[in-house]
Design a protein around this ligand. Structure first.
Ligand SMILES: [Zn+2]
Length: 196
């Protein structure tokens, strides 16, 4: 279930990268989306139409609100709304014998991509809330990044979407601290001037 939640975050990020401005997906954005789907086990042919991508972008914007929820209660409330509005009843499927029996909340194994994206993400995030009793994820603390992430199972609170963002912000913090703190030599000179 953690992997499904991580897939939800990865899809929210790749679908949000170009904004929801109604523009047709470019070949690059389609390739990036397909790469994420394949990374999480979807097999070719993916058959993604421009309309599928537009619908998935709308779902990504809805799911982002779960990741930006200020606390576990808000995350649960937002998930409940999406579960009520966009997800069907619980059903079991084995994809015609191609996989072990597991739960889906979409209407059929052949449901459109956007419906599958919403339903599978809501289920995974809802199970994480249930299991951990805290928000299932968050938004990268870097001002230059809008990516969402799934919080780890335990340990320190996560703040950044990736090691890349964490490193970049750590370096920037260090530089800012250095600029705020005058060098020893400047302080010495200032001290002498004040003593005159
Ligand atoms: Zn980031």
């Amino acid at each position: 279930m953690l992997r499904s939640a991580q897939r939800a975050a990865a899809l929210v990020n790749v679908l949000g990268a170009e904004g929801d401005d109604g523009a047709e997906p470019t070949a690059d954005s389609l390739a990036a989306l397909a790469a994420v789907l394949r990374e999480y086990g979807e097999t070719d042919p993916l058959d993604l139409s421009d309309a599928d991508v537009a619908d998935m972008r709308a779902v990504a914007a809805q799911l982002r609100e779960v990741f930006t929820a200020p606390g576990v209660d808000a995350a649960a409330t937002r998930l409940n709304r999406l579960l009520a509005e966009g997800c069907g009843p619980v059903r079991l499927t084995a994809h015609g014998g191609g996989s072990p029996w597991h739960i889906h909340l979409d209407s059929a194994d052949t449901a459109p991509w956007a419906e599958w994206f919403l339903a599978s993400s809501c289920m995974a995030l809802a199970v994480l809330v249930w299991d951990r009793q805290r928000p299932p994820g968050g938004v990268c603390a870097s001002a230059r990044c809008a990516n969402v992430y799934v919080t780890g199972g335990s340990g320190a609170e996560r703040r950044y979407c990736s090691p890349r963002c964490a490193t970049r912000e750590r370096v920037a913090d260090h530089r800012r601290a250095k600029e705020r703190r005058p060098s020893q030599r400047d302080q010495g000179r200032k001290g002498r001037e004040e003593n005159r």
